[in-house]
Design a binder for this molecule. Sequence first.
Ligand SMILES: NC(=O)c1ccc[n+]([C@@H]2O[C@H](COP(=O)([O-])OP(=O)(O)OC[C@H]3O[C@@H](n4cnc5c(N)ncnc54)[C@H](O)[C@@H]3O)[C@@H](O)[C@H]2O)c1
Length: 398
Amino acid sequence: MKVAVLGAGAMGTGIGQVAAQNSCQVVYYDSFPGAIDRSKSSIEKIFSRLVEKGRMSDDERASTLALMKWSKDISAIKGADIVIEAVIENLEVKKALYAEAEALIAEDSWLCTNTSSLSIAALSSELRHPQRFGGLHFFNPAPLMPLVEIVPGIQSNDDFADTMEALMASWGKVPVLAKDTPGFIVNKVARPFYSEAIKLYEEGVASVAEIDAAVKSIGFRMGPFELTDLIGHDVNYTVTETVWGQFFYDPRFRPSITQKRLKEAGLLGRKTGRGFYNYASGMNAAAEAQNEAEIDPMLGEKIVERILCLIINEALDAVWQGIASPENVDLAMTKGVNYPKGPIQWGREMGWDQVLETLNRCHKHYGDDRYRPCPLLRHLNSGNAELGEGQLTDNFMV
Ligand SMILES: NC(=O)c1ccc[n+]([C@@H]2O[C@H](COP(=O)([O-])OP(=O)(O)OC[C@H]3O[C@@H](n4cnc5c(N)ncnc54)[C@H](O)[C@@H]3O)[C@@H](O)[C@H]2O)c1
């Protein structure tokens, strides 16, 4: 199988690596000077490390590298069975590239996008063959994170989902079907992990390091502040703002002024040496500050409970809106962003009554629709709904 990857940046390079390690012929296309050299040398470094660690033989390295090509000329993608686009997150740039790509590939080739937050419908609007197009959303770093969200668009062929699920499973990935809605599963459900933590910090409830330490105490590998510092406030803020706008400015997704200011000031996190933490003294700054943080355990529990309840509410809303099944929501959050437990499972264990009570309390206190409980949470709490295998066991008409 020949796979063409458009955009040899962080994601594209990783996606191509996964394909080549699964015996696909891979051609990368990138139009920016330097991007190709960076991509190639990062693959060479990764393979050398794998060889050093004994996870790849010398022969495998040579044969895998022989499958990979990089080109500044888009015509190199000719003959691709599937094209996976991973250029910058810009609707117009992506659409312009599809016009070029479609002119080069066969009518029955698949064209997929790795977009995190743009609508598949909008991206497909000017395609010649929109039925061969859909979302194939990998997580960063693509070779390590198992999840791939499969997102058929409104015009995708019926076999898009099955074909992509089978292909991703054959590449050792965990494919999860999601509806073409803002942020799909992960980037919708995860929003409160960042935004509610920032809100608590803005209110002076606790410091950045204290909140991170509290969140990590229940099994998260990184706290919201160190994670957004790692992702970059430019990237993380933009996803939040895009999802908020696409949900018609629903307050549940409202971005924070504090993070906007970091972005505006160019304090983007680790990559610029300062974000929520200051890395002037080294990249251990977050860990050191968290070690020194002393938070009252009761307060820590309350902080974690509030963040979790908002995530659970968003997870239930994804089920309620038919974006994904309860099992797939949990799979997505554990396999795409390393949550220690799926949010639906968390809600079951915590008890729907406690989740609802926390949201209602905040709703009343702030008078902010951001804390509005999802209808499914209310139905689960009153015993009027159950989360069965794969779907809701009941439907409601009020
Ligand atoms: N970084 C993440 O965590 C992440 C995770 C999942 C999905 N995504 C999505 O993946 C896509 C790529 O993100 P990234 O982080 O790899 O970005 P990146 O900036 O690392 O890479 C983008 C690459 O696209 C190239 N490019 C830009 N315009 C081009 C054009 N017109 N033609 C050819 N090449 C072009 C750039 O030279 C660059 O090498 C985006 O849509 C992003 O939303 C990112």
